[in-house]
Ligand binder design. Structure first.
Ligand code: PGA
Length: 262
């Protein structure tokens, strides 16, 4: 079965719940204008926790061709974890995806591969699809160790995850030096690491899992560069930060398959 491209917009800590109504509606209008076909790609928005209920109501109420998910989840089921949000709570809000181990969580909240692994296992148990983020910083890239570094993160994230669960995971390769910097990795850079991730999955789990898992690229993605990225064999979509706050731009990225330069 071919992998369905996933175009995910990570709003990060932008857009409050009132503003989220306008952003989702404008995105839906832009998608309609561009004749977006949800059979050809999946459009996902990832708002802050406080927007999720509002986004759910707008999308369900208007039956929009958009999925939604969360930016993080607790590694604990429930209990005395002030400030955390559980997987069950996200499922109750209709989330189907959750971002885990984004470089900003790793950097500012000291999230380790072990935490990423715990969160991913819990998400999978609750039928939430984890979007596991991996990727190297500038120093590692300059030392030429980016592939091995990233694969180590992948191995850490996948510990004790069986093949049937692993097949449902999404992995996002996001070189830290390209996030929010305007510095985009070239399509060949993206393919090099995404391809290596797929081969790691093949070695670990076999062809079925390797061919099923969607691998995204993230880092300063814009509509102008989307086609060159999406033609790469092992790039199955993108995780978009800044450009996902512009509904027209994000819709153009989502409808990459009919771009004039494709
Ligand atoms: P960016 O963010 O597109 O603003 O670089 C990507 C991300 O952090 O997921």
């Amino acid at each position: 079965m071919p992998r369905k491209p996933l175009i995910a917009g990570n709003w990060k800590m932008n857009v409050n719940h009132i503003e989220s109504v306008g952003l989702v509606q404008k995105l839906a209008w832009a998608l309609t204008d561009l004749k977006f076909d949800p059979k050809k790609a999946e459009c996902l928005v990832i708002p802050p926790f406080t927007d999720l209920r509002t986004v759910q109501i707008v999308i369900e109420g208007d039956r929009l061709p958009i999925s939604w998910g969360a930016q993080d989840v607790s590694e604990h089921q429930n209990g005395a974890y002030t400030g955390d949000v559980s997987a069950d709570m996200l499922v109750k809000l209709g989330c189907t995806y959750v971002v885990i181990g984004h470089s900003e969580r790793r950097q500012y909240h000291n999230e380790s591969d072990r935490t990423v692994n715990e969160k991913s296992r819990l998400a999978l148990d609750k039928a939430l699809t984890p979007i596991i983020c991996v990727g190297e910083g500038l120093g590692v890239r300059r030392a030429g160790e980016h592939v091995e570094f990233t694969l180590d993160q992948v191995r850490g994230a996948l510990e004790d995850i069986a093949a049937d669960a692993a097949a449902k995971i999404v992995i996002a390769y996001e070189p830290v030096w390209a996030i929010g910097t305007g510095e985009v990795a070239t399509p060949d850079d993206a393919q090099e690491v995404c391809g290596a991730i797929r081969e790691e999955l093949r070695t670990r789990y076999g062809d079925d899992v390797a061919d099923a898992v969607r691998i995204l690229y993230g880092g300063s993605v814009k509509a102008s560069g989307i086609v060159a990225l999406m033609v790469k064999d092992d790039v199955d979509g993108v995780l978009v930060g800044g450009a996902s706050l512009d509904p027209q731009e994000f819709a153009l990225i989502t409808r990459f398959y009919e771009s004039p330069n494709s």
